[in-house]
Design a protein. Structure first.
Length: 183
């Protein structure tokens, strides 16, 4: 029964994710997800973080209509995705997903040069998402559970935009999704 959600998520990524551009980038949602998961795996992160990396933008695929970010509005895809997944996955998966947008705001505030490495599409969405944190917001943010992992996920998110990059397929990552399910 629980494996049905894994099949549903993989189908969503395969069918809808392969047909939807990742923001205004050159890759699809599926390509972006696979690149993120591959980076998490290559960096020896836990099965939960690899799962979060693959699913971090699932909220973009859950909208009924057009993703609001295409109109310069924040649709809070991170909350939508984390909330949807929380029935099946614990906080070690859902908190980094919920925080990956805030991590861009965090890194823009605390890391010199971070803003400059963002793609133009990320700079535009950062503005729609509230801009960089204040120093106080950043200090408060990083103290929360799983935020250090969320920051690493954000770094993978920023790197996973390479056109025509060869990655393992969804089937390769399926066991992480299955092993990370709540008991």
């Amino acid at each position: 029964m629980k494996n049905n959600i894994v099949i549903k998520l993989l189908n969503l990524l395969e069918n809808k994710g392969s047909n939807i551009q990742y923001g205004n980038e050159n890759v699809t949602q599926l390509e972006h997800a696979l690149q993120c998961a591959e980076l998490a795996e290559q960096n020896n992160f836990s099965k939960e973080i690899i799962t979060a990396a693959l699913l971090h933008d699932i909220g973009h695929l859950l909208y009924d209509g057009k993703d609001p970010i295409h109109d310069g509005k924040d649709g809070y895809h991170e909350n939508l995705g984390a909330e949807y997944l929380s029935t099946y996955y614990g906080e070690e998966v859902t908190r980094p997903i919920k925080a990956h947008v805030a991590c861009k705001r965090y890194l823009s505030a605390v890391e010199e040069g971070y803003y400059e490495i963002l793609s133009e599409a990320s700079k535009i969405s950062l503005k729609a998402q509230g801009g960089p944190f204040t120093k106080e917001e950043a200090e408060e943010f990083i103290k929360k559970p799983f935020m250090k992992e969320a920051v690493e996920l954000r770094r993978f998110d920023d790197e996973a935009k390479i056109l025509n990059k060869e990655t393992p397929n969804l089937e390769h990552f399926k066991h992480y999704l299955e092993e990370s399910l709540k008991n």
